[in-house]
Every structure is written in C-alpha cells, then in structure tokens.
Design a protein around this ligand. Structure first.
Ligand code: SAH
Length: 513
C-alpha cells in the first residue's frame, strides 16, 4: 500500500495548500510545519510571515506570489498553472497562504485547478485572522453577554453597487458580531449602509491591522465615527474590522498590546540558527522583531591546524570554548574523526558563558572551569582557581579571528597554548525575510548586539553611524563589555549594556531592568 501522498500520486508531486496562520509564527499548525520541513518548492503570499520560510530546507525554491512595492502580484491563472507545473515535475510543493487557505484566499480555486489537472493535493487549515487578529486586540468574537453568533463578510465589493453579492440590509438586521475582512478602504460606505438599514450608529467598531504580529495596530470607534478616525490616522490594510458589543471587552481583555515591548521594533543580529531564542523572547514581550542575521558560520580557512589538533587530542590538559558556535563546530569535526566521545580523553574543559556550557552539556560534558562574569579575559583566572596552568597544554577552540589577548595571558602564566580555529565568522548579506529592507525603510527602536563580530559585520552591511543619523530614535543594546567596545570603536556607544552577559540579561536591559 502506498504510504505517502507522493507514492499515491505516482510520478507527479503533491501540492499542499497550507494555512500559514495570521502572522505570529507560533500560530502555524504542526502539520503545516512538518510539510514546510520537507518542501521542495514554497509559494507564499504577502500576508505570510516570512520568518516561517526558515522552516523549509535551505535549498528549496522560494516563489513570492504577492504584490511588492514595484512588482505586480502573479495573476491567479498563472499561479494555478505554476502549482500544477511544479507538481508535474515531481516536486513537493507547499502553497503557503495567510490565515486559512479557504477563507477569502482563493484556496478553493487553486484546489479546483489541481483536481482538474489530476494533481494530488492536501489542504491544511490555518488559524484565520477572523478570530486571531480580533483576539490579539482583546476582542473575543463571541461572548454570552453580547451575542450568540458572528457573521463574516468581505468588504472588497462596493456596497452601493447593485452587483454587490452582500445583502447589507440583511446583514444590518441579523444579530451577532459582524466581521469584515478587506474592508479598510470602504469602511465609510460599509458603516453608512449598516446605519441606513437600521443599526445603531453608536455600535462599537474595532479595527486591527497586522494582527498577531509586532506590527499590530488597532483602533476603536463607533459605526458613526470609524470612517473619520481611519482617515485621520491614515489607518491602512491589512485589517480586520469587528462590529458589535464585544468590542467593548477590549478594555478588559487587551492582553497582547499591554506587553512591555509592544510597538517597539527590535533588530536581532545573531546568526540565523541562533536568532530564534532571542526572537522568541522578544516576540513574547510583544516586540516587532526584525531578524537580520549579520554573521554566519563557515569552516575555518586554516583547517589543517584543527585537523592536527584533533589528531593530537591526547596531548592536551585543557580545552577552552568561548562560544556555543565553537562547541558546535569543534564537535562537528571531532565526530567526523571519532565515533565515540571518549576519544576526547581526560582533558578538562573551560567555557565562557552559560550558553557555551549548555551546548557542552547537550553532549553530557561537564565544564570544569567557568569565569563567574562570563568574560573571556577572566578565563585564565578561572583555570588558575582549578589548578596552576604552568606547563599545561591548552587548546583554545574558537573563531579564526578572535581576541589576541586571551592566549597572551595564559602564556604569561606559563601555559603552552594552541589557538585552534574551529570556525570562521562570515558576513551574511541575504535578506530571506525582508527584514533588512524593512530596517532601511522604516528604521527601528532597538538594535541588539550579542558579540563584537555582529557589531563589525552589521556596520559593514548597514553603516551604523549613517543609520543612526537617518533614524535618531534608534537605540543600541549590547550583551557585554567586548561588544560595547566594538560599538564604542564606531563612536556609537550602546544605550544599554546587559548586567548579566546572556540573552536573558540582554532582554532585561531592553526592558530597562
Ligand atoms: N485567508 C486569510 C484571509 C485572506 S483575505 C485568513 O484566513 O485570515 C486578506 C484579508 O485578511 C486582509 O485584507 C485582512 O482583512 C485580513 N487579514 C489577514 N491577515 C491579517 C492580519 N494579520 N491582521 C489583520 N487582518 C488580516
């Protein structure tokens, strides 16, 4: 029996119409995540959170189907043909659509086309903005005290035209919450129609833009006032409009917009693989996070030094790791040479910082010495506390270009030090999620730096002083003294420096604690 859809469909591939949820990347379904994880082609829209693309394999083909500033959207007919063609090439296609694929997303039409072309497909529901954007604005779509149902319509059609398929008179008369999608531009005529057909002009109205994301903005008024408020504030699509008594509950239930970093745009500059821990925390605090990795990790140029060191592991008394990247890279190479952790021998291990120690403990390796202040220049002291380093052989497993002071101090204490490059820090220039473009266009409230190399590479890419001049509100947060030094060298000292030199400490500093 065929076990997967691909087998069932014979030689042709499969198209998965996947609901990406309303924006918050945590609101993708597990099935959606699983399918993205093995996609060969991803076709996505403007409303899809681009951070989700990270879940797909790096070598997948990514096709943007929406409108961008100076390009038109792929017309629906062409898009349908594209999905069919990619599947007929035998590829696994994920068609990622904002919210739920079958809610005003033309998902139904895409599925019909696939059926017509005999292409195997699956439709994965998504959390729709109807319930999610309203929820994040503190508005429950139903509540026993106010209504016993809700009606959703599109505001895309002109309500005054005879051709409108929405019976506004009927809508005005039925009870319950009313939700309008795609209704920002026509909010004036929509509210007028509802009032004309008998609704109380004082009925509360709420509008939520970019709901569930850090860019969320909302607005409340009444049927009578809302159009003017929209015009005054320059409030724009994409937004969900809610009409009814439940809007009043926002006063009590506005859990998301009260978060401490809400409406603050924060840039995270770590590597793509490391960014998520920081981003997730910032998102949970309500921030609009721009993930702009400025560095990536590559193999060291002088690989022979590493190979020699691994071959001579037995000669070392200590290994020193100064970053989680160092641990990951070293053990990548180590396990290519050995299949048993015991090949490490009896050496003792020193680590700078809890994140480095945590990476080691994933391998069940305990750290023997760790400077209390997580600072690289205190490593010699930490080892000295354990034993005298005189005549001991120490391997520093770290970045190819790293602080030259560290070996000097150990050497002056009589140690024999091999500075072994285990990875190279490279500049990252790609902008997979459009965050770099947003930073340049809209600026930000904070840029967070987690190492001196993120500072240098960020500056190389964006020219930090120029960016600060363009956006004077911009503040800089540093994880610790090394990073602050790198900022000061650019004459841009950080606004805050973390007291504890960890991601948590950095977040605390942003919060002003
Ligand atoms: N399939 C989508 C809707 C697509 S139609 C869903 O289920 O949510 C596009 C409209 O959806 C937008 O014009 C806007 O009205 C609404 N929308 C989608 N995402 C939104 C968001 N994050 N915040 C507010 N409105 C959103």
């Amino acid at each position: 029996m065929p076990s997967t859809l691909t087998e069932m469909s014979g030689k042709t591939g499969v198209v998965y119409l996947v609901g990406a949820g309303p924006g918050d990347s945590g609101l993708l379904t597990m099935r959606g995540g699983e399918l993205l994880g093995r996609a060969e082609v991803v076709v996505y829209d403007a409303l899809v959170n681009p951070d989700l693309l990270r879940l797909a394999p790096k070598d997948a083909e990514f096709i943007y189907a929406g409108k961008r500033a100076n390009t038109r959207a792929i017309p629906q007919g062409e898009l349908n043909q594209l999905l069919v063609a990619k599947a007929q090439e035998g590829r696994t296609v994920v068609r990622l659509k904002g919210g739920d694929p079958y809610v005003f997303g033309r998902g139904g039409e895409e599925a019909e086309e696939l059926r017509l072309a005999d292409v195997c497909f699956e439709v994965v529901p998504g959390i729709t903005s109807i319930v999610a954007a309203t929820n994040y604005a503190g508005i429950p779509i139903t509540h026993r005290d106010f209504c016993s149902g809700f009606t959703v319509v599109t505001g895309h059609e002109d309500p005054t035209k005879d051709t409108s398929s929405i019976d506004w008179e009927h809508l005005a008369k039925i009870s319950g919450t009313k939700v309008v999608l795609m209704g920002v531009e026509r909010i004036g005529v929509i509210s007028e129609q509802l009032i004309t057909h008998g609704m109380d002009p004082a009925t509360p109205v709420g509008m939520v833009r970019w709901g569930t994301t850090g860019r969320q903005e909302s607005l409340t008024g009444t049927l009578e006032t809302i159009a003017e408020q929209v015009a005054q504030k320059g409030f724009k699509a994409p937004a969900v409009t809610v009409i009814g008594g439940v809007v009043g509950l926002r006063e009590k239930l506005n859990w998301f917009e009260e978060r401490p970093l809400f409406a603050q745009r924060v840039v995270a500059t770590r590597t793509r693989t490391q960014a998520s821990q920081l981003s997730r925390r910032l998102l949970e605090l309500g921030a609009d996070v721009l993930e702009i990795p400025t560095i990536k990790i590559g193999p060291p140029k002088r690989k022979e030094v590493l190979v020699e060191a691994i071959a001579a592991l037995g000669e070392y008394d200590w290994m020193v790791f100064t970053s989680p990247n160092g641990v990951t890279s070293f053990f990548d190479y180590f396990f290519r040479a050995f299949d048993d952790i015991r090949a490490l021998g009896n050496l003792r291990i020193a680590a700078v910082g809890p994140a480095t120690a945590a990476k080691l403990s994933e391998l069940r390796l305990r750290v023997d010495a760790m400077p209390r202040k997580y600072l690289t220049d205190e490593i010699a002291g930490a080892i000295q506390e354990f034993e005298s380093v005189e005549n001991l052989k120490i391997m520093l497993a770290r970045a190819e270009v790293a602080n030259p002071e560290l070996p000097k101090e150990l050497i002056s204490l009589g140690a024999i030090v091999d500075d072994v490059p285990v990875y190279e820090t490279l500049i990252e220039t790609e902008d997979h999620n459009g965050a770099a473009a947003r930073l340049l266009e809209e600026g930000a409230d904070w840029i967070t730096f987690t190492s001196s190399s993120t500072v240098q590479h960020f500056h190389e890419r964006f020219d930090l002083p120029a960016l600060k001049e363009k956006y004077p509100k911009l503040r800089l947060a540093s994880i610790g003294p090394e990073t602050s030094k790198a900022l000061a060298a650019l004459r841009e000292p950080p606004t805050v420096e973390a007291t504890e030199h960890t991601i948590d400490g950095l977040v605390e500093a942003l919060l002003g604690r």
